[in-house]
Design a protein around this ligand. Structure first.
Ligand SMILES: [Zn+2]
Ligand SMILES: [Zn+2]
Ligand SMILES: [Zn+2]
Length: 144
């Protein structure tokens, strides 16, 4: 996966230095096929960077979230983080193995006028995450 390289580039473009600590967090994220929580990332990243503190992991995740290479993911194991390509998309999370896929078709925007009428809010953004069973887990289920 080239995930960590592109994130490193995104960091640079946003004016952040690639520190050893940030690199260790990025690598831990790129090495995992499923989203990890800040604590899990910390435990992984400490292997490459023993001096890494949990507070630095949280700060790193905030920076990466701002830069646009990391998003929060809720369904998998509570509050986890996943590295993903920039751009407008949502996630569907496998409830069996925790893998995440991205999809870009979304018609939530068409609900907004109705929500605004009902609540009086001016709606500015939305979060959407779907949960289900991925093709790999479906195939394993059938094979049993
Ligand atoms: Zn994403
Ligand atoms: Zn799965
Ligand atoms: Zn959407």
């Amino acid at each position: 996966m080239s995930g960590s390289t592109s994130l490193a580039e995104q960091l640079k473009m946003a004016g952040f230095r690639m520190t050893r600590q940030r690199a260790a967090v990025l690598r831990a994220m790129a090495d995992s096929p499923t989203p990890l929580s800040a604590l899990q990332l910390w435990n992984q990243a400490k292997r490459n960077c023993p001096c890494l503190g949990l507070a630095t992991v949280y700060r790193t995740l905030d920076v990466l979230n701002m830069v646009g290479g990391v998003e929060r993911c809720h369904a998998a194991s509570g509050r986890s983080f996943v590295s993903c390509p920039p751009g407008d998309h949502h996630h569907v999370v496998c409830v069996v193995c925790g893998r995440v896929a991205e999809f870009s078709r979304c018609n939530v925007a068409s609900l907004i006028p109705e929500v605004s009428r009902e609540t009086g809010f001016h709606v500015e953004s939305h979060l959407l995450e779907l949960a289900g069973i991925c093709p790999t887990c479906l195939a394993e289920e059938k094979a049993e």
